[in-house]
Design a protein around this ligand. Structure first.
Ligand code: PHE
Length: 485
């Protein structure tokens, strides 16, 4: 075995200078020797240094001549010892390429007289080409002139030969000891772990693919598209979780049914917030009670206790409000924002409703924006998500005027599907924040679950989100494409 031969050789000799020579001297395939060297090297029985050599190998044509003889000799042998043979006759006896090359080479060597009739000029020839080719096959080194003549006839080609020189390594032993790869219960029970030699860790070895966590389809939808696409077009991704911002700052009256505990989850602990920007709260109170900025307000008694209540965000517009408030504090610069976040509604759960879901929200804030801009931006925003056929329907939101529901034509379902809600934020919301009067904010929001359900062909929202989700679905689902290539 090559392993024994290598270790045995190193017991008495300093070095194996060339694995190629070692292999041929000991009658091994070089490949086998190389594999053993790699393995012994891994266990540090030996040290191995790469060696590279330019070597020559036979081309297909070279191999043919090494087996059958060179064309010139084949041609010579086809010519009778005495007398002559017609060229046509000779041609019939040989392969066309052998005949052609043979004629020119045998002529050059002055072995034959070439005319209409061909006859021998000498009685014995040696097949030097065949001999040289066989020597190359054996890996012998040839002189420069011989190499050049074979190269010129394209019978050999250069090849880099790779092998090793080998010396004893730090763990050298004349025979390989069996090392343990695992510490077993039996080793511990028998106590033989004390004597066992363990295989060292090979930190370069590739382990089996890790069975790690998988992205949830909703994340795939949001990561795959929304975040990437929107990041390019709409800048920063923001998450904020505040409560007053959910309703009051949005000019949503305190008696609005959405604030009812049937629709909203209120927090028990802590049930109220301690920190609100007092100056701003005063302005919000005034706009609710008596309006201003050309509005009559809602004309009711705005109660601070109500605004202090903590609740779980019912829409990501709470995020927009919070960001706009922060933006209004700085010298005005146009901005685009989007967010993807979780929202909560106290609804009974069914095939299409969950008490917890996600919304994608976007807004553009600039001077002089119009409803036309909103429609244009929505077309752009949704076409980036692969939804280019949109329709808009007038709607009502306490915080936007005008407001529009957004519908998209779903090619698969062959119908118009509501995908979101949008509008221009009211002056009663923007002006108390401190925006200049000519600043307009166009905004929109949509559910993340709805398009994802359509994309993955899921008809029960509980199959997509929540504790009933099939885990293998997550492993299998590709990153969603929303129709974009
Ligand atoms: N907040 C709205 C909803 O939850 C969506 C919306 C966002 C509407 C921004 C107008 C402007 O449906």
């Amino acid at each position: 075995m090559a392993e024994e031969a290598i270790l045995g050789y190193l017991a008495t000799s300093e070095e194996i200078p060339d694995s190629g020579q070692f292999a041929s001297q000991h009658g091994f395939q070089h490949n086998d020797v190389v594999n053993v060297i790699k393995s012994l090297h891994g266990f540090r029985y030996i040290d191995a240094q790469d060696i590279k050599r330019e070597s020559w190998v036979l081309t297909d044509e070279g191999k043919k001549y090494a087996a059958d003889g060179s064309p010139e000799v084949q041609l010579f042998l086809a010519v009778p010892q005495e007398g002559s043979i017609s060229k046509d006759e000779l041609q019939k006896k040989l392969e066309p390429s052998v005949f052609k090359i043979g004629c020119s080479q045998a002529g050059k060597n002055k072995w034959v007289d070439m005319g209409k009739q061909v006859s021998r000029k000498v009685q014995h020839v040696e097949d030097k080409v065949k001999d040289l080719l066989i020597r190359i096959q054996k890996g012998e080194a040839l002189g420069k002139d011989d190499i050049n003549s074979l190269k010129a006839r394209k019978l050999i080609a250069a090849q880099t030969w790779k092998g090793y020189s080998v010396k004893k390594g730090p763990n050298y032993a004349p025979t390989r000891k069996k090392v343990a790869t695992d510490l077993t219960r039996e080793n511990l029970q028998r106590g033989d772990w004390k004597e066992l030699e363990f295989k060292e860790y090979n930190f370069n070895a590739k382990g089996p693919p890790a069975e790690a966590g998988h992205l949830h389809p909703l994340l795939k939808a949001s990561i795959g598209h929304y975040i990437y696409q929107l990041h390019l077009a709409y800048g920063k991704y923001v998450t904020v979780k505040y409560i007053f911002w959910n309703f009051d700052a949005l000019f949503q009256p305190q008696q609005h049914p959405a604030r009812d505990s049937h629709d909203t989850f209120f927090l028990e602990v802590p049930s109220t917030t301690r920190e609100l920007p007092e100056d701003y709260v005063k302005l919000v109170k005034r706009v609710h009670e008596s309006g201003g900025y050309g509005s009559r307000g809602y004309m009711y008694d705005w109660k601070r206790e109500e605004a202090n209540k903590n609740l779980l965000r019912t829409h990501t517009t709470a995020v927009s409000t919070r960001m706009l408030y922060a933006l209004a504090k700085q010298p005005f610069t146009p901005k685009r924002y989007f967010s993807i976040d979780r929202v909560f509604r106290n609804e009974s759960v069914d095939r299409t409703h969950l008490a917890e879901f996600h919304q994608i929200e976007g807004l553009v804030c600039d001077k002089g924006l119009t409803l036309g801009d909103l429609i244009g931006v929505l077309n752009d925003f949704f076409s980036r998500l692969g939804m280019s056929k949109l329709r808009f329907k007038p709607a009502y939101n306490p915080y936007t005027e005008p407001s529009m529901e957004i519908f998209s034509y779903h090619e698969g379902l062959k119908k118009w599907v509501e995908i979101g809600n949008s509008g221009m934020f009211r002056p009663e919301m923007l002006l108390p924040m401190g925006f200049p009067e000519d600043v307009r904010v166009i905004a929109w929001g949509l559910s993340l679950e709805r398009p994802t359900m359509i994309l993955y062909g899921v008809d029960n929202i509980r199959d997509l989100f929540g504790h009933k989700v099939d885990l293998s679905l997550m492993k299998r689902n590709p990153i969603c494409r929303l129709g974009i290539d």
